[in-house]
Design a protein around this ligand. Structure first.
Ligand code: NAD
Length: 378
């Protein structure tokens, strides 16, 4: 059977769904692997590296031969026309609010898996694309913030005088926020962080940062069974805003990463808070694609406010460290694909009763089958 790794057609997507390492492993499982020429270039993988790993170089039209397509982004309607009905497609599908696109996938007859719906259980950790990519986004957010900040981050005591350490504040301490804290600490910044989940406090402190939050009764109950944040009450948000307003005015770099599953990103920084910051301060809004944590942030832009604060709103932040992001993403895909394979028959054999399959399978046999999306698509 044939596995196809295409070049992503979205110009904003430098990542790729395979690496020389995963190609070698797929070959080892008995599959033929076709990689579209140039597919890895955005991630610094040249065609010769894929060939050396055992892939055959091909063209977009080779998708028609594939039993499995390994992608980064959901296939477009045009791409789907070239796929074989029954092919399995693994990608970051961005399914919420995209019913028409899901219907297209169903119509094309492909079995589509949304990697971002992978349950966060121990067995699936190696397949967790949200974590692998958010970790790099948190790192890159600090690098982007430091690049826009016209001063050094560590304290430097030199013969010519002392450069003070930068103050970095991280808002939202999930996977991305934790890596942002660690990265800012490595660069020598003085780091504080906030979140609405109490479990985070200890993690923040273990990274050498200071935790700041309104620790009332609501805070103590803010974590869901899945480990995610709840949307907080208006009263809590007001207390939180008062606490952060005072703190933000003294910060040099602020990184925001706050998200609530299935809801727009919470607004944490108002225009008034931005206006209170010193000229030359930088805010990096990692939630900008989900509506943003910062008033005035613009998706895909670096905005400079009237008082000289830069608000960084880069899109696809993991794609800004594409070579690292692709290596980890390819490994996530491989690990999941391995569970869909009958190793003795060396072919795809999807167990539709498996929890991982149930959680991620969007379309199958011409229908949208995922319970969260099936109704909307009818
Ligand atoms: P996320 O991307 O959904 O959200 C980022 C952070 O924003 C979260 O920490 C959240 O609490 C915070 N937030 C939400 N509203 C906020 C507000 N008003 N103010 C401040 N912060 C706010 O989170 P994530 O990175 O996906 O991680 C969520 C949880 O999942 C964490 O507990 C993480 O450790 C856990 N996790 C578990 C596994 C696993 O067990 N396999 C893997 C990855 C992550």
């Amino acid at each position: 059977q044939v596995i196809f790794i295409p070049r992503e057609t979205d110009s904003g997507e430098p990542r790729v769904g395979g690496s020389p390492d995963t190609v070698k492993r797929l070959k080892g499982l008995g599959f033929d692997v076709i990689v579209e020429a140039g597919a890895g270039l955005g991630s610094r993988i040249v065609d010769a590296d894929f060939e050396a790993a055992g892939a055959v170089l091909g063209r977009a039209s080779d998708a028609a031969k594939a039993d499995v397509v390994l992608k980064v982004r959901r296939p477009t309607a045009a791409e789907l026309k070239g796929y074989k009905p029954g092919a399995a497609v693994l990608a970051i599908m961005d399914p919420y609010g995209n019913d028409a696109a899901l219907a297209d996938m169903a119509k094309a007859g492909v079995t589509g898996f949304a990697m971002e719906l992978m349950p966060r259980i121990t067995r699936a950790q190696v397949m967790d694309v949200l974590s692998s990519q958010a970790n790099l986004a948190g790192y890159q957010a600090v690098i982007d913030g430091a690049a826009e900040y016209d001063r050094a981050l560590p304290m430097m005591m030199t013969a010519a005088g002392t450069v003070p350490a930068a103050k970095v504040f991280v808002m939202g301490v999930g996977v991305a926020g934790l890596q942002a804290i660690a990265t800012a600490r490595r660069l020598g910044a003085v780091v504080t962080a906030t979140d609405v989940r109490p479990a985070v406090k200890e993690q923040v402190q273990s990274l050498g940062a200071k935790f700041l939050a309104v620790e009332d009764e609501e805070f103590k109950a803010a974590e869901t069974a899945g480990g995610y944040a709840k949307e907080m009450s208006k009263e809590y948000q007001a207390k939180q805003a008062a606490l952060t307003a005072e703190h933000i005015a003294k910060q040099d770099i602020v990184i925001t990463t706050a998200l609530i599953p299935g809801r727009p990103a919470p607004k944490l920084i108002s225009a008034a808070m931005v206006a209170s910051m010193k000229a030359g301060s930088v805010i990096v809004d990692l939630a900008v694609e989900r509506g943003g944590n910062v008033e005035g942030a613009k998706a895909g832009e670096v905005v400079t406010t009237a008082n000289g604060v830069k608000i960084v709103g880069h899109l696809n932040v993991p794609g800004r460290v594409a070579a690292s992001a692709s290596l980890l993403y390819a490994k996530n895909l491989f690990a999941f694909l391995e569970t869909l394979i009958d190793k003795t028959g060396k072919q795809l054999s999807i167990n539709r009763d498996d929890d991982l399959v149930k959680a991620t399978m969007l379309t199958d046999g011409g229908k949208v089958v995922h319970p969260n999306f099936a109704k909307a698509a009818d």
